[in-house]
Design a protein around this ligand. Structure first.
Ligand code: LRH
Ligand code: MN
Length: 426
């Protein structure tokens, strides 16, 4: 299914006047405060988030999975869905593949389709947390950390295969997330598991092309429920630091124990030049993979405030990989992703309104009240007209969700794909 520009303009005509009024009002207010609105809009336009290939179908849990019909059942259809998302939002210009869930059958066809949809290939993800039918060794007791050399070698080779798939597509980074760990005290020797993981990651790192990055994702628990080898940012940092200059930590927002101060983790990883990127989502309890900003929008703003400061001051930290990692159990994935992209852009735009110099001066004077006022004045600013303007001048929908529904896109996809097409992924 393709959306024509004229379709977008038709839907925009319904909200153009009210958009222009609210944008002009806000732009005047911000310009009077010395904010360079054009500069801010430019930053929002260039801000592109990678969409996970594994989150375009109905997600589920061990308790069940409820389809919503018209799911993409091939990589081509997943690219088409991201194409729809990108036309509407103008901020979903990349895909992150998970291997082997989404191995291209024909690389040229896939590259041409992605190109025609203006979608780039962001990080490729390896998968050593599931056994493949034809695989000789099992990852039941771990992969890169496994006590068995044969299992570790199989996992190392899989990561090298994933790099080679990414090279054919133009990807420039490998994301490694390990489920490795234990469910019972005494099951693992923590030091052996860590050392095996370190040595295995180094073997993979040696095969990384010179212009590639390795992103090491940490997670405190699940699917193991007593220990996880790469459990937290400190462990990921140590492993990345030991591997080399092109290995970094990847922060999945859902991979933190309750009340963790994620913005402080982000700040220190940037200071050390070891923050590689994000998996954006939100959560109330565990790794819930919910819509970004649906539970803790202020926490997301505080994270972006540290990112804006870090992007200005920590120049040795590389450009960050912005990716969503969510699972859609009850929402239409495209609507869920539209809401997530909006929440990410909103947090970024609000953080760009923080006067970092004014904040630094208040911090140096320990004027605690002023520090909070500076942050919350920015947070309390309704920045939606700025995001709408960035989308509108890029050819997108002023209100993507409204456009998605007005254009009956889900119904059209069901007509094309039928009610029982199922997507690969989680
Ligand atoms: C692990 C994780 C990881 C992916 C998987 C789909 O919880 O966040 O990033 O490999 O989800
Ligand atoms: Mn993740």
């Amino acid at each position: 299914m393709k959306i024509k520009q004229s379709h977008i303009q038709d839907t925009n005509s319904k909200s153009l006047q009210s958009h222009e009024e609210s944008f002009d009002f806000l732009a005047d207010k911000l310009n009077n405060k010395g904010v360079n609105v054009n500069n801010l809009i430019a930053k929002l336009k260039e801000f592109q988030v990678a969409i996970p290939s594994w989150a375009l179908g109905a997600g589920g849990t061990r308790f069940g999975r409820f389809s919503f019909y018209g799911e993409p059942s091939s990589l081509e259809q997943k690219l088409e869905d991201i194409g729809l998302l990108n036309i509407l939002t103008q901020t979903a210009g990349a895909i992150s593949l998970h291997i082997p869930w989404d191995i291209p059958e024909d690389y040229n066809t896939i590259k041409e389709l992605a190109n025609s949809l203006d979608i780039k290939f962001d990080a490729v993800n390896s998968n050593t947390f599931q056994d493949q039918k034809k695989s000789k060794e099992s990852y039941k007791y771990g992969s890169l950390s496994n006590t068995s050399e044969a299992v570790r070698q199989q996992a190392i080779q899989h990561n090298i295969d994933v790099i080679n798939i990414g090279k054919k597509l133009g990807s420039k980074s490998l994301t490694v997330w390990l489920a490795d760990g234990s469910c019972f005290p005494g099951q693992n020797n923590f030091q052996t598991a860590f050392q095996n993981t370190q040595d295995s990651l180094k073997s993979i790192y040696k095969e990384l092309p010179n212009d590639w990055k390795m992103l090491i994702e940490y997670k405190p628990f699940e699917p193991n429920f007593y220990s996880t080898v790469i459990q937290d940012w400190g462990t990921s940092f140590m492993l990345a630091d030991e591997c080399g200059d092109r290995a970094f930590s990847l922060v999945d927002l859902g991979h933190h124990l309750p009340n963790s101060n994620i913005e402080q983790i982000v700040s220190i990883l940037m200071l050390k030049g070891k923050l590689g990127g994000f998996h954006f989502n939100d959560s109330k309890y565990g790794d819930d993979d919910l819509t970004v900003g649906c539970i803790k929008p202020y926490a997301l703003f505080l994270i972006f405030n540290e990112l804006v400061y870090g992007m200005e001051n920590n120049t040795r930290n590389p450009d960050l990989a912005w990716m969503i990692d969510a699972s859609h159990n009850i929402k239409d994935p495209i609507e869920d992703l539209i809401q997530s992209l909006e929440a990410i852009q909103e947090a970024y735009a609000k953080a760009l309104l923080v006067d970092q110099n004014e904040l630094k001066m208040a911090q140096n004077k320990n004027d605690v009240v002023a520090c909070q006022e500076i942050l919350q004045n920015a947070y309390r600013t309704d920045v939606r007209p700025l995001i709408q303007q960035a989308r509108f001048i890029s050819g997108g929908a002023i209100n993507p969700l409204q456009a998605y529904r007005l254009l009956n896109i889900r119904e059209e996809l069901i007509k094309e794909r039928g009610r029982h097409s199922v997507a690969t992924g989680l």
